[in-house]
Each structure stands twice: as C-alpha cells, then as structure tokens.
Design a protein around this ligand. Sequence first.
Ligand SMILES: NC(=O)c1ccc[n+]([C@@H]2O[C@H](COP(=O)([O-])OP(=O)(O)OC[C@H]3O[C@@H](n4cnc5c(N)ncnc54)[C@H](O)[C@@H]3O)[C@@H](O)[C@H]2O)c1
Length: 283
Amino acid sequence: MENHPAFKPGNVAVITGAADGIGLAAAQCFSGYGMHVLMADIEAEKLDTVAAEIRSAKVFKDNQIVTHTLNVSQLGQVIELKKFAFETFGQVDVLMNNAGTSRKTSSWSELDDWRHLIEVNLWGIIHGVHAFTDAMIAQASPGLIINTGSKQGITNPPGNPAYNVSKAGVKAATESLQHALRNTNDCQVSAHLLVPGYTYTGLTKRHVSEKPAGAWLPRQVVDYMVEAINRGRFYIICPDNEVSSAEDARRILWAAGDLAYNRTALSRWDETFADDFANFKVD
Ligand SMILES: NC(=O)c1ccc[n+]([C@@H]2O[C@H](COP(=O)([O-])OP(=O)(O)OC[C@H]3O[C@@H](n4cnc5c(N)ncnc54)[C@H](O)[C@@H]3O)[C@@H](O)[C@H]2O)c1
C-alpha cells in the first residue's frame, strides 16, 4: 500500500514528545521516509542526544533533523514552535501532538497533579491544534494532525482519574477537530486519534525493569499508525501482545453499554457484573 501523500521525502513532520518512546520512534520512521523532522520536547539534553543519533543513522542526505525545546502546556511556547517550524521549513505536513506524562492521582486529592496532567496531556494538544491548523490548511496540500490519546480515555479504568480525564478530552477534541476539518472548504488536512496499547517507553519503563511480554515496542505503534493512516482511518487503536483488537472492541462496547443500559459506572470493575462481562460477546 502506498504511503499517505503527507509522508513523502522533503515534507516536514513536527513531533512533540520526540525525545523518547513513541515520539522518538515516529521521528526515526519519518526520517526514514526522507522527511525533515522537527523534534520537540521538554527534555533538552535528551532531545539533542537522540536527534544526533537519528542524524548519524540517516539514509537520505537532504532531510534535516532539528530540535526545539518547549513545554507544550504553555501556549506561547507552542506558538514559538509553529513560528520556528515555518521559518525553518516554510511548511508543516505532519503534526504529531504526542507529548504526554503521567502522575499518580485519585479522585479527590492531588489537585496539583490533576492540573499538571490536564495541562500537559490535554492543553498541550489543544495548543498544538490552535497554533498549527490554520497554517496547515492554508498550505493547500495534504496534511495530517495526529493526536495521541489512550485507551484510558475511552474505557476509563480505575486507578488514575486525572490521566483518564486528560485523555478522554483528547478523544473528544480530536473527533471534533476531524469533523470541523472535513467540513472546511478545500481543506486537505485530516485529524487522527492515535491510541497506543501497552507500549514499553519512558512512561512505562518507570514501573518495570525490562520490557514486559505484553508490551509493544514504540516502533510497532508507529508502523501500525502509518498503516492505519494509509488506509484512511481516523481511530488508530493499537493492540499489544496481550490485548487483541477484538478484545478492545469488546471492552469499548461494554463501556458504552454502561450508559446505554444504565448500569452502574465502570461496571466492568464491579463484582456484580463480573459474569456478564466475562460472557459478553461482540459479533
Ligand atoms: N506507553 C504507553 O503504554 C502509552 C499508552 C497509551 C498512551 N500513551 C501516550 O503516548 C504518548 C507518548 O508517550 P510515551 O509512552 O512514548 O512516553 P515517553 O515518556 O517515552 O515520551 C513522552 C515524551 O513527552 C515529553 N514530555 C512530557 N511532558 C512534556 C511537556 N510538558 N512538554 C513537552 N514534552 C513533554 C517527555 O519528555 C518524553 O520525552 C503520551 O501522550 C502518552 O500518554 C502511552
């Protein structure tokens, strides 16, 4: 299958959260297509190190790998990123709003951590969309805005409510964005919601010393993402080595059933519904 026209040599990708994990794997992948890559992250030193590695491994001679340090939760800094991207390259064809973080939260405490997670994970994406979308549409060429969400923003598992809220917001914002883009005259930009499964990255390494068998590597997520975009998909819900796409569909439909059938909230984690959930089948 041919790549989406945005993924072509000489085109430009801007990736936030590019110093590690999924963003770094995307930078490696896009560089491999001969694209210029602007890698943005809050971790300046790490960013420089990994960008130098990509430069030295580069197959194409003409594509540039440049870096920019920013905090995506600060609108002014994201607007600076957009200015830097257009001053450097004159165009942006792929914007990947991917920077994200996690902290432990519970429903009625850790207010500062709630605020931090929503500012980075949700406002970071709102800022990216706000700063880049008009200019990308005005380019009048095929473009992609990819926002990284999470299954936790869809099925809302107990354990980290602030993270779930931030990622539920990413889902809603990205769905609305895609609806608005497809109703904008002469717009060649589309939005996509990337939902990684369990992936072995900086975010998840903190809790385990080596890659768990169930986890995917970041490059698997990026390869799955590119293929889904090439097929024209909006929702890119990645499986992993433990959870299949069919199991994801079952969990999503069960969660929607809580609302449709007026079950208790998060019934999947309520003993009363354990047998019903275990026996729930999706055609
Ligand atoms: N790893 C998983 O299992 C998993 C699952 C679902 C969703 N995700 C999402 O994938 C995205 C990428 O995460 P990852 O797993 O590759 O983790 P990661 O920690 O390896 O990469 C995230 C990057 O974002 C950067 N970052 C954090 N806060 C920032 C800020 N305020 N401004 C700019 N950069 C910032 C970090 O420095 C880091 O380099 C995140 O949005 C995360 O929520 C990850």
